[in-house]
Design a protein around this ligand. Structure first.
Ligand code: SF4
Length: 482
């Protein structure tokens, strides 16, 4: 090769956890090529944007970043600009025409092609791209550069075959494809050996794990959960995302029975109106969804429930929106991601008439957010006065003297570390399991120190709609017997 490889890289990730996971794999490949990560784009020889096309906001933000990349490339023309992920796949023609400073375009099913494309770009001087339509290689099989800590994502499947009318995912990530259970089990055992206590299984529709025609493995999603619980030492298991129409009796049983499965389910409802749900092609009615929630709560009384809701879908009337509001108030969510509908080119809904005017959609959004916050506050206040077991993730984002972590029910808990002044300040590597932010012993009658990656007993003393605040009581045993 006549031209030298870049020495440093900067990655900016947009969108969902799957993209965050894919970025860890992209970083792993670049490190494997001898490059070093940097925190600032100006310090990088290679700029990579891992994109998302689900929401318009991520789309708009990307354009701002590409403007900065153009300026940086003007300063240093050998700098390489890579756009990866869903937008690279869905907008490749417009990128090629409108963003000539982009050197490489890489669809989400083609991440493993990146090293080859970098070399091709350096050798030929021409822009390069790869846009496979189906999964031939899971990103989970690529090397990984994971931020150390007690949490990890584990990809179990990719793609989606549901074709909800508003969603671009099936067009950019291809049809559902599931990883072999043995590969998933081996990855989870390895993570546990590295000090990971909690995994989140990732897929666009995890409940459909193993259901696609031609799946060469055995077993469905609840079978996989059972094997992970019985054949690995991992203490906490979460998963996302679950499609309500695919929540099976076996999955509900698993949630009730398997100790490592956390009492939390993200169950996107999207709308409370049957008319809108049908236009969205969601495959369930509002009554189906409520009945499912009843079955889930009967089986797992402490279940925390989070959701996604879209307002302003084409043709949504005030009556439709009232049905959504009523559902949100009745179900009682612990939190919700709320979105104003925006058309995605290539989806069925993009051609629907009866767009909801922006001022109407904004007003509905305001009322929806208020309802979600009321519900979340009420559910969080029920924790006040109770003791919770928290897996310590690191220093709190807003107060350096505090730890942050989550309960099994996915509640963020911030809690003070007593006598912080006596403890050494956390080094930047303090996210590694075992690093200590301080000792709880003086204030807690000899309780053990609590460190990142430990389970802590915390007395909950306050709640907002978003977080809980508490006081450290001491170290806890792992949620699950070893
Ligand atoms: S289930 Fe629907 S919303 Fe979710 S990824 Fe598939 S098509 Fe998109």
């Amino acid at each position: 090769m006549s031209v030298c490889l870049p020495e440093t890289f900067y990655i900016r990730t947009f969108g969902c956890q799957m993209n965050e996971h894919d970025s860890e794999r992209i970083a792993g490949m670049l490190v494997g090529m001898g490059m070093q990560p940097v925190e600032q784009p100006g310090a990088a020889d290679l700029l990579l944007y891992n994109t998302c096309s689900i929401r318009e906001k991520a789309d708009t933000r990307l354009l701002g970043h590409l403007g900065e990349a153009r300026r940086l490339k003007r300063e240093q023309p050998e700098r390489m600009v890579v756009v990866a992920g869903c937008l690279a796949q869905s907008r490749r023609e417009s990128f090629q025409q409108e963003q000539p400073h982009v050197d490489i375009l890489l669809g989400p099913q083609s991440l493993h092609e990146l090293p080859r494309l970098i070399e091709e770009r350096l050798e030929s001087g021409r822009s390069a791209g790869a846009f496979a339509e189906e999964t031939t290689r899971f990103s989970a099989e690529l090397p990984r550069a994971r931020r150390q800590g007690p949490l990890a994502w584990v990809q179990i499947m990719t793609g989606c075959t549901n074709y909800c009318s508003y969603c671009i995912v099936p067009y950019v990530r291809g049809p559902e494809a599931s990883r072999a259970a043995e590969d998933i089990l081996a990855e989870v055992r390895g993570l546990a050996e590295q000090g990971v206590h909690e995994i989140t299984l990732l897929g666009q529709n995890v409940n459909a794990y193993g259901a696609e025609p031609g799946f060469r493995g055995k077993g469905d999603f609840s079978g996989l959960l059972r094997r992970l619980s019985e054949e690995t030492p991992i203490e906490r298991i979460r998963f996302m995302t679950s499609h309500p129409k695919d929540v099976s009796p076996g999955l509900i049983e698993a949630l009730a029975e398997l100790e490592p499965l956390c009492e939390h389910l993200h169950l996107p409802v999207q709308s409370g109106s049957d008319r809108v749900l049908e236009a969205m092609r969601r495959g369930y009615t509002s009554a189906d969804y409520r009945a499912l929630v009843e079955r889930l709560r009967a089986a797992v009384p402490d279940l925390s429930l989070t959701t996604d809701v879209i307002v302003g879908f084409p043709g949504e009337t005030e009556k439709d929106f009232a049905a959504t509001l009523e559902l949100v108030e009745t179900v009682g969510y612990d939190s919700a991601f709320t979105f104003i509908y925006s058309p995605r080119t290539g989806t069925r809904a993009a051609a629907f008439a009866d767009a909801v005017p922006a001022d109407v959609a904004n007003d509905r959004m305001t009322r929806l957010v208020a309802a979600v916050q009321r519900s979340a506050l009420e559910r969080n206040q029920a924790y006040v006065g109770r003791e919770a077991v928290v897996l310590v993730e690191g220093p709190s984002r807003n107060r350096e003297s505090e730890f942050t972590g989550r309960t099994r029910t996915f509640k963020t808990v911030n809690f003070a570390v007593p006598h912080k002044a006596e403890a050494a300040p956390p080094p930047s590597e303090s996210f590694e399991p075992g690093s200590s932010l301080g000792s709880a012993s003086a204030a807690n009658g000899g309780a053990a120190d609590v460190s990142v990656g430990d389970f802590a007993r915390v007395l909950i003393e306050g709640a907002t709609s978003a977080t809980l605040r508490g006081r450290l009581l001491g170290a806890a045993r792992a949620d699950r017997a070893a």
